[in-house]
Write a protein that binds this ligand. Structure first.
Ligand SMILES: Cc1ncc(COP(=O)(O)O)c(C=O)c1O
Length: 369
């Protein structure tokens, strides 16, 4: 199979529908009422996905996901606060890096890349250091695809009177999170992930009371979510030039999300994609890095074949020529590659992707898996 537009089996940017791409064929004025209504509708729909309209504001922000994570930490952690950063992969490490750059006091707790953080760990760490004010957690650590037990960790943090910041970049929209069940100060995600919009804006669900007291915390003008929210609440407009086409595409992607059946349907399709991928790859002898119990249906890390004829770059190019874009591994100790299950992709395309991988391994004479 070879198509002009390869299918992206990556964690984002990812494959979007034609309808979503076509929605970007209009130019919007940022002062125009219709555009402001589009933004308001997007925020309202996003809040409804987490059942958060009563408790949280949705604050959209221009830029990639990391911009929104940095803005959330900078706005919601006071300058004399202290963050406990939970790490089991590259994005957890990035949270610590953000705290360092923003000059927020922090400590880290790191487990192996195939070991979820537990609520018991967090309970012990919070008891040991009463100076901690906030905990930052990656929900699905995209560098492997591991799922951290968010509800249990959130309960422990709330019981100890601390505040939680969740990077749910690669899980929001596909894995259920209810703001009335899972206490958090901030949950961060972006347009170009499981909602199947295009990249270009992040958004932060910020607890209303926490945002109300966050004036002056931020180190930055452009990344100040308090200002961003205050201005938008007053004017209906974005503070600075909005990513108009990205907002329009997200609005269109959300219509399709609801048509598909919302979160349960999106979750089920991704779970089906993931199962097809795991089953078909297992038939080729390709083993996943994570055990099934901690594997989120978002992205799967596979051990690279042992055969010396296997080189990721060549493997990647050959699979791409057959119409599928894979993703490199991100582990330091083990050679791996990753295959995403998210995006406008269905199980038949996952079967086809693994068939392409099988052909490529044959072509490369990679026999030792
Ligand atoms: C868990 C997680 N956090 C943060 C990011 C960073 O997002 P970006 O590359 O859009 O800045 C990603 C990107 O995939 C992610 O998966």
């Amino acid at each position: 199979m070879s198509t002009a537009e390869p299918i992206l089996l990556t964690p984002g940017p990812l494959t979007t529908s034609r309808r979503t791409r076509q929605s970007m064929m209009v130019d919007w004025g940022s002062w125009d009422d219709r555009f402001n209504q589009l933004t308001a509708s997007v925020c309202e729909q996003l809040l409804s996905i987490i059942n958060g309209a009563d408790s949280h504001h949705c604050v959209p922000l221009q830029g990639s996901g990391t911009f929104a994570v940095e803005a959330a930490i900078g706005t919601l952690v006071p300058r004399d606060g202290k963050v406990l950063v939970l790490i089991n992969g590259a994005y957890g490490k990035r949270l610590a890096k953000i705290c360092e750059v923003l000059d927020r006091s922090f400590s880290t707790f790191e487990t192996a890349e195939d070991e979820p953080t537990t609520a018991a760990d967090v309970d012990r760490l919070l008891r040991a250091d009463p100076g901690i004010t906030h905990v930052a957690l990656i929900h699905c650590e995209t560098s492997t695809g591991i799922l951290n037990p968010l509800p249990q960790i959130a309960q422990v943090i709330a019981q100890q009177g601390k505040r939680l910041i969740i990077d749910a970049m690669s899980s929001f929209g596909a894995l259920p999170i209810d703001a009335q069940q899972v206490p958090f100060d901030a949950l961060i995600a972006a347009s170009g992930k499981c909602l199947e919009g295009v990249p270009g804006m992040g958004f932060v669900f910020a607890r209303k009371e926490s945002l109300a007291t966050a004036a002056g915390n931020s180190h930055s003008l452009a990344m100040d979510l308090f200002d961003q929210h205050t201005y938008m609440a007053k004017t209906g407009q974005w503070r600075f030039t909005p990513p108009t086409h990205v907002v329009a595409a997200l609005h269109e992607a959300l219509l399709q999300y609801h048509e598909e059946g919302g979160l349960p349907a999106r979750h089920q399709r991704y779970a089906n994609n993931c199962q097809v991928l795991l089953d078909d790859m297992a038939k080729l002898g390709l083993r996943s890095f994570l055990p099934a119990a901690i594997q989120a249906p978002i992205i799967v890390t596979f051990h690279a074949p042992k055969d010396p004829r296997y080189q990721f770059k060549e493997f990647y190019e050959r699979v791409k020529a057959k119409g599928f874009i894979l993703y490199p591994g991100k582990l330091t100790q083990v050679e791996t590659f990753r295959v995403g299950c998210i995006g406008h992709v269905n199980p038949p395309q996952m079967h086809a992707a693994v068939a392409a991988i099988a052909q490529v391994l044959q072509e490369m004479e990679v026999f030792e898996i």
